[in-house]
Ligand binder design. Structure first.
Ligand code: PA5
Length: 418
């Protein structure tokens, strides 16, 4: 379902074959669950919980103008990526995001946007102790209690956390919040297709069955030998060995902005350790061609680009015909805007290739639930294979703790005194 190609030279066929063979050696471990629960999730998810998610989404649609989703990192970026890439909320309930920073200004903005709307809260934290969402949860919980009273507030809180332990788990059990599970064997950045992402996505009116079906279909095409995911993983590693140590995810649809953010976390947190790893960056073109295009075309030659392409056309907006030609656009009259965008895309790939930037292409059939589910799975598998090929563990994130320890010392958290 997801296509991949590389046409940029630099890498010999022999090098490529050798590296793919290495990447493929890790595929067998995926099915045996050594990669964690996300590998088989699309065909092996908790159907009862899935139905409960849909029911909860329906209740939220019935009683809430807004759902405040509280979470950070892997407990935030996935659902925002899916909702925004698919064009935003489709029904009554708007999704607001909180707890993904410690900015008081941002918190005020969310509170102001909420105004006097009816709302519910979806608090998502695997550990249940992450400071950013924990602080935000206190704020919005208090707002719910002030607005609805403690009993109704508890009915408007949905907690997604560990099945058995943690502060959030314990509070949810004590207060009777409807709870969903972050599976033990699925790390945050691989968890978008669990309850972590699905409650917000379903509340936004997106078809979560189709999302899972797309991921399942992609799993089928990758699970035996890694398919295009192994090819992409091999190519990234080969480029990295040739000192291309920055990868830019590029696409021509602004709706992908948060998908790019999700992708950056996936690859950055999975590979950036042991003093190695490609630095993941992103652009949305043609917007960023007018800001970052200069650097990409002529700056330091240590970057390569991966373009996410959408195969299907999006027709319906054409350049109007006019008697005059004051703007010099006669040559585009009657042309579809999507055709012009795709042409700009092709031109950019050619220009950057000729400027010495290796260009990879990942293609999805269209922007819909199935294709996006497939794309998510494709990148998850690619990331795992790429990390192992690089020689790191793509499933841990030991470096994330460093700032927390220092922050707790400075804030005087009990147990962290100097
Ligand atoms: O991918 C990860 O593991 C991290 O981004 C976490 O998801 C993030 O730190 C939030 O953690 P938690 O869900 O425990 O609050």
């Amino acid at each position: 379902m997801i296509g991949f190609k590389y046409t940029g030279g630099i890498i010999s066929e022999e090098e490529y074959q050798k590296k793919i063979d290495i990447a493929r050696t890790f595929v067998a471990r995926a099915e045996q669950d050594a990669f964690g629960g996300w590998v088989n999730l699309p065909i092996n998810y908790d159907k009862t919980e899935f139905e409960r998610i849909k029911k909860a989404a329906k209740k939220i649609n019935d009683d809430s103008d807004c759902l405040v989703c509280i979470g950070i990192g892997g407990s935030y970026l996935g659902h925002r990526a899916v909702i925004e890439t698919l064009g935003g909320e489709r029904g009554r309930t708007k999704i607001l995001y909180a707890g993904n920073s410690l900015s008081a200004r941002e918190m005020r903005r969310v509170i102001d946007r909420l105004g006097d709307a009816d709302f519910s809260v979806n608090v998502i934290s695997k550990s249940g102790t992450t400071t950013e969402p924990a602080v935000a949860f206190r704020v919005f919980k208090q707002m719910l209690i002030d607005k609805y009273g403690a009993e109704e507030a508890a009915k408007r809180i949905y907690a997604t956390t560990d099945a058995a332990k943690g502060a959030l788990h314990d509070e949810a059990a004590a207060k009777g919040y409807e709870s969903f599970v972050v599976p033990d064997n699925i790390g945050g950045r691989y968890s978008v297709l669990t309850a972590v992402g699905l409650l917000a996505i379903a509340t936004a009116g997106i078809d979560i069955d189709a999302l899972m079906d797309g991921a399942a279909e992609e799993r089928t095409s990758l699970i035996s030998d890694g398919g295009f995911a192994a090819e992409y993983a091999a190519m990234r590693n080969l480029l990295f060995e040739k000192d291309y140590n920055i990868e830019i995810l590029a696409n021509f649809e602004p709706q992908f902005m948060y998908f790019n953010e999700w992708w950056k976390q996936l690859f950055g947190e999975s590979e950036g350790k042991d003093q190695t790893g490609i630095y993941p960056a992103s652009v949305i073109d043609s917007t960023d061609l007018h800001s970052m295009g200069q650097y990409i075309q002529q700056g330091r030659r240590n970057l390569f680009e991966t373009f996410v392409e959408v195969a299907a056309d999006y027709n319906g907006i054409t350049v109007p015909k006019m008697d005059e030609n004051l703007d010099g656009l006669k040559y585009l009259e009657g042309k579809e805007l999507d055709y012009i965008n795709k042409t700009a895309n092709a031109a950019t790939r050619e220009a950057h290739t000729s400027g010495g930037v290796p260009v990879l292409e990942v293609t999805m059939p269209k922007i819909d639930e199935r294709s996006l589910g497939a794309l998510i799975y494709f990148f998850e598998m690619s990331c795992a294979l790429s990390g192992f090929t690089l020689g790191v563990n793509p499933f841990d994130q030991p470096g994330v703790e460093a700032y927390k320890t220092r922050m707790f010392e400075l804030l005087g958290k009990p147990g962290y005194e100097k």
